[in-house]
Write a protein that binds this ligand. Structure first.
Ligand code: CAA
Length: 259
């Protein structure tokens, strides 16, 4: 992976999209590297949470690569959209929690990448937007779908139709991000949150993610059954036994073992 750096710290992985000269814009190569990242993280049972950020001081990701898109045919455009959508869906359904640490511009495909993560934290300098309509296209890596689900259809339509960017405080107000930090505090905060998540029972955390994500796709009657099954799947695990014994014995639990 030349365009994505991966670093492991204890049970946390920190991935950095690394194409700062083009503000980390997503060309085909970056999408392939992101795909490889997701595969590697998924295969590594020691990673319990992933933080995703952008290299350089200006951008998380400034969008899909406009140079590469400029001469695409209709069929090639559709297939480029599919390429991004496939990777982002893989990221969204990665079993472990993911945190986007948005350190600057998150425009177009960058906003869409952040929305494919479970949690978004951002720097006070972050800027979000879906500028595609101003370029003659629609959002193409899930923006029309995930933005509407995250902030509601009215606000999503306003952002997408006007193609106007918003600053961090507005992103917080509409629920697009969970929290804002001074830029130098962003990565420590994201890693601290990932470490807090990683201390909980990994099987349970993964089941929580699956229950929320899968449950949101179906009606409530089906959703609570999804929860029941995942709730049940945690019992008889070593970590469930240790967690509950520790509570009953009024002691701190031993570090969880992912078993
Ligand atoms: N694609 C390709 N290159 C990009 C890029 C992009 N999305 N965004 C920035 N770059 C490149 C610039 O071309 C420039 O390269 P050169 O130095 O070789 O000229 C370099 O990154 C630095 O960018 P700027 O000089 O423009 O930096 P700035 O500080 O003046 O502006 C910016 C920053 C406001 C983010 C501006 O770069 C910008 O508007 N970028 C495009 C944002 C955008 O429209 N994104 C959506 C793309 S469409 C999409 O993403 C579709 C989809 O849903 C899949």
């Amino acid at each position: 992976m030349t365009n994505v750096l991966l670093e492991k710290k204890d049970h946390i992985a920190v991935a950095t999209i690394n194409r700062p000269k083009a503000l980390n814009a997503l060309n085909s190569q970056v999408l392939e590297d992101l795909n490889e990242l997701v595969e590697q993280v998924k295969a590594d049972e020691d990673i319990y949470a992933l933080v995703l950020t952008g290299a350089g001081e200006k951008a998380f990701v400034a969008g899909a690569d406009i140079g590469e898109m400029s001469s695409l045919t209709k069929a090639e455009g559709e297939s480029f959209g599919k390429k991004g959508n496939d990777v982002f869906r893989k990221l969204e359904t990665l079993p472990i929690p993911t945190i986007a640490a948005v350190n600057g511009f998150a425009l177009g495909g960058g906003c869409e990448l952040a929305m494919s993560c479970d949690i978004r934290l951002c720097a006070d300098s972050a800027v979000f937007g879906q500028p595609e309509a101003g370029l003659g296209i629609t959002p193409g890596f899930g923006g029309t779908q995930r933005l509407a689900r995250l902030v509601g259809p009215g606000m999503a339509k306003q952002m997408i139709y006007t193609a106007k960017n918003i600053k961090a405080d507005e992103a917080l107000r509409i629920g697009l991000v969970n929290a804002i930090y001074p830029v130098e505090e962003l990565m420590p905060a994201a890693e601290k949150m990932a470490a807090t998540i990683a201390k909980n029972a990994p099987i349970a955390v993964r089941a929580c993610k699956k229950a929320i994500n899968d449950g949101l796709q179906v009606d409530m009657d089906q959703a609570i059954v999804i929860e029941e099954k995942l709730f049940g799947s945690c019992f008889e695990t070593a970590d469930q036994k240790e967690g509950m014994s520790a509570f009953l014995e009024k002691r701190k639990h031993e570090p969880y073992q992912n078993k």
